[in-house]
Each structure stands twice: as structure tokens, then as C-alpha cells.
Design a protein around this ligand. Structure first.
Ligand code: SAH
Ligand code: SF4
Length: 358
């Protein structure tokens, strides 16, 4: 193994649920309560290796390691810091897969945008990740490792800065296509014995995978739901997002309405503004209809470089016109400023490397 290479193991302790961890401890001849101790090391104290769990008996630690279980599986292979404080990491996992995660600091809080898959299968026309194709799902351990490593980095490199308190599942990949692992990661982050993140501090974003939205509500996963609308009618959406051919806009909106009715929570729509396509008077009128009478808000963002010359970012004037056209619905829509532009860390720009996702 070359120096600094990730542990070549698929067995990540952070991928285990609390009961699976208990099972492992018993199998290894340990007492049941040791599982809770190990969970604290993994999820609260951000330990880096099995050896670092110093109050766990040596025999138990050895038995766990001998079975191939590791704490971390990824190696940092790149890090870029933006002039605005945003940081983007490139990690390589045990099989050579590369993924990115982004820290977005403000004065009040630190947020992280995590990846859920290596690449993405959804092929949205405007998205760089979509161009990579899909390689594989990330495990809960790999998702959580992005969070834990960022928290450790903050402690060392930006002492005194606010806690890492918000997580958005909006990096590479479609979270609803990897719902089991996303759920495990959310539940650990929410667990009061670990990071104790509130539901309103975690957001899972989907391109519109309707069965996933329904399952997300059914399981009561403690995170907020965001839906990438990016098109105000079926035709426009199907053009930009192939997912909409499978689950057309009326079906998507009906799943969103059921989610709102079942959970009582507000949904966030993300809306990418593209010149002459989604940033037009008629699109604003249609979007107004969608937000009317629905418990929701809209995060609009101007298109970031998409490497697709047919899709162009609108001018400030065009954006202003769109917002004015929203009329009374203006209060439900916010224009998001992309962070970390100089390091390609904004939404839809995460692509790890040119070419395929490997
Ligand atoms: N797959 C999920 C989450 C990851 S994409 C989803 O699609 O929701 C995260 C967000 O980035 C989505 O809202 C997507 O619409 C947005 N996005 C993708 N490419 C973009 C681009 N070129 N400019 C601006 N936003 C983009
Ligand atoms: Fe995948 Fe989301 Fe990009 Fe679409 S916008 S290709 S779903 S990551």
C-alpha cells in the first residue's frame, strides 16, 4: 500500500447502526455496553482509528481489527480554499473512487455539503456531476467520514469558529437512490449521543425520485426535504432533467404535497436560472402557480458553469426581471449566491476530476 493510501477495507465501523455495532462487539467477545462506548468514539469524538479508542480493552480492539473493521477509508487527495472561506476536499476511497465535499462557513455557522454517491446516474443537462456517470453508492461510513473529517479540520485549523452544525446532502449523487445509507448517516448525526443535529439542520436534496420522496416520508427520516425543480413545466423539466420523463411534474408535485401533509414540514424547491429557458416571464408565472397554496420556499440560483454551451447563466438584469415578475410570490423566493466560485465548489460543479467517476 502506498503511503497515505486509504485502508483497503469495505468494513467501516461508522456504517454500522447501533444494534449492528452491539452485535459485532458481542461476536468479538466484548460486553454489550462497550458498543455504546465505541459509538461515542466514532460519532462524537471523531476518532481516526480503532487504536485510538483508548478506554476500550485492547483484546476487543484487536478482535475488531482482525475482522477487517476500520474507522476511516478515505485519503485526502486534494484541498482547495476559496478567498471567501469555502473549502473543498477531494477524497479517494478504498477502491480508488473519488468524491468531493464542501465546507461553507458563515459568521454564525459552519455547514457542509456532502456527497452520497460516486458520480450520478441522473444526467441532468446542466450538472457537471451528471456528466461523470455513476460508479457506486457511498456507504453511511463514507458519508459520515466527510462530516467527521471536516469537524476535525475545523477544530485544528479554525479554532473558535462556530460548530459544524448544518449538513446538506447536495454534493455528488442522488440521495434517494442511496436512501438506506443516507438514512443511517442522518440518524447518527441526529442521535443525541453523537452530534445531536436537529432535523431542521439537515437537508436531503432530490432531483425528483418520487418513490424515494414517499419512502423518505414513510420512514420519518429526521431531515428536511429539498426538491430540485429547475423547470416550471413538464416539457421544460423533461428537457433538462431526464428523471422527469420517468416521474412527470404533476406526479412529483403530488408526492411533495403528500410529504407536506404527512410531516407538516415545509419543502424547499431549488430552481436553477438559465437564460431563455428557466429565467423567463412565463417560467416566473408558472413558478408562481407552483408556490401558491403550498407550504414551500424557493432557492433560486444562477446557473454555474455547466460545460454545456447551450445553457447560459442569465444577466443580473434578467434575474431582477424574473424576481419582479414573481410579484406577490416574491417573498417565498431567495436568490442564493454561489460560494467558493473560484475553486468550483458551488452547486453542480462538483465533479472530482474530468472524465469518468473513478
Ligand atoms: N442530486 C440531488 C442533489 C445534488 S445536486 C439533486 O439534484 O437535488 C445539488 C443541487 O445543485 C441541485 O439543486 C441542482 O439542481 C444544482 N445544480 C446542479 N448543477 C448546477 C449548475 N450548473 N448550476 C447551479 N446549480 C446546479
Ligand atoms: Fe445528479 Fe443532482 Fe446533478 Fe442531477 S443535479 S445529475 S441528480 S447530482
Amino acid at each position: 500500500m502506498r503511503e497515505g493510501a486509504p485502508a483497503q477495507s469495505t468494513r467501516s465501523l461508522r456504517s454500522l447502526s447501533a444494534s449492528e455495532l452491539e452485535q459485532l462487539v458481542l461476536e468479538c467477545g466484548g460486553k454489550k455496553y462497550r458498543a455504546a462506548q465505541i459509538a461515542l468514539w466514532l460519532h462524537r469524538d471523531d476518532v481516526e482509528s480503532v487504536d485510538g479508542m483508548v478506554n476500550v480493552p485492547l483484546e476487543l480492539r484487536s478482535a475488531i481489527s482482525e475482522r477487517g473493521w476500520v474507522v476511516e477509508q478515505m485519503t485526502e487527495v486534494g484541498r482547495q480554499e476559496s478567498t471567501d472561506g469555502t473549502v473543498k476536499w477531494l477524497y479517494e476511497s478504498w477502491d480508488g473512487s473519488k468524491i468531493e465535499c464542501v465546507l461553507i462557513p458563515t459568521e454564525e455557522r459552519n455547514s457542509i455539503c456532502v456527497s452520497t454517491q460516486v458520480g450520478c446516474a441522473m444526467q441532468c443537462a446542466f450538472c457537471r456531476t451528471g456528466r461523470l456517470g455513476f460508479k457506486r453508492n457511498l456507504s453511511a461510513g463514507e458519508i459520515l467520514e466527510q462530516f467527521v473529517r471536516t469537524r476535525r479540520w475545523l477544530k485544528e485549523r479554525r479554532p473558535g469558529s462556530p460548530a459544524l452544525s448544518n449538513v446538506v446532502f447536495m454534493g455528488m449523487g442522488e440521495p434517494m437512490n442511496n436512501l438506506d445509507e443516507v438514512e443511517k448517516a442522518v440518524r447518527w448525526l441526529h442521535d443525541q449521543r453523537s452530534s445531536n443535529l436537529a432535523r431542521r439542520h439537515m437537508t436531503v436534496s432530490t432531483s425528483g425520485v418520487v418513490p424515494g420522496i414517499r419512502e423518505f416520508a414513510r420512514r420519518g427520516i429526521p431531515a428536511q426535504l429539498a426538491v430540485s425543480l429547475n423547470g416550471s413545466n413538464q416539457e421544460m423539466r423533461a428537457e433538462l432533467m431526464p428523471v422527469s420523463r420517468r416521474w412527470p411534474l404533476p406526479e412529483l408535485l403530488s408526492a411533495v404535497d403528500d410529504y407536506i401533509a404527512e410531516t407538516g414540514l415545509e419543502v424547499t424547491f431549488e430552481f436553477v436560472l438559465i437564460r431563455g429557458i428557466t429565467c423567463t416571464d412565463s417560467a416566473a408565472d408558472e413558478l408562481k402557480e407552483i408556490v401558491r397554496n403550498r407550504k414551500c420556499k424557493v432557492n433560486a440560483i444562477a446557473l454555474n458553469s455547466s460545460e454545456n454551451e447551450k445553457l447560459v447563466s442569465p444577466s443580473q438584469e434578467e434575474i431582477d426581471r424574473f424576481f419582479v415578475r414573481m410579484g406577490s410570490a416574491r417573498k417565498f423566493i431567495t436568490l442564493r449566491q454561489p460560494r467558493g466560485r473560484d475553486i468550483l465548489a458551488a452547486c453542480g460543479q462538483l465533479a472530482a476530476q474530468k472524465g469518468k467517476a473513478n
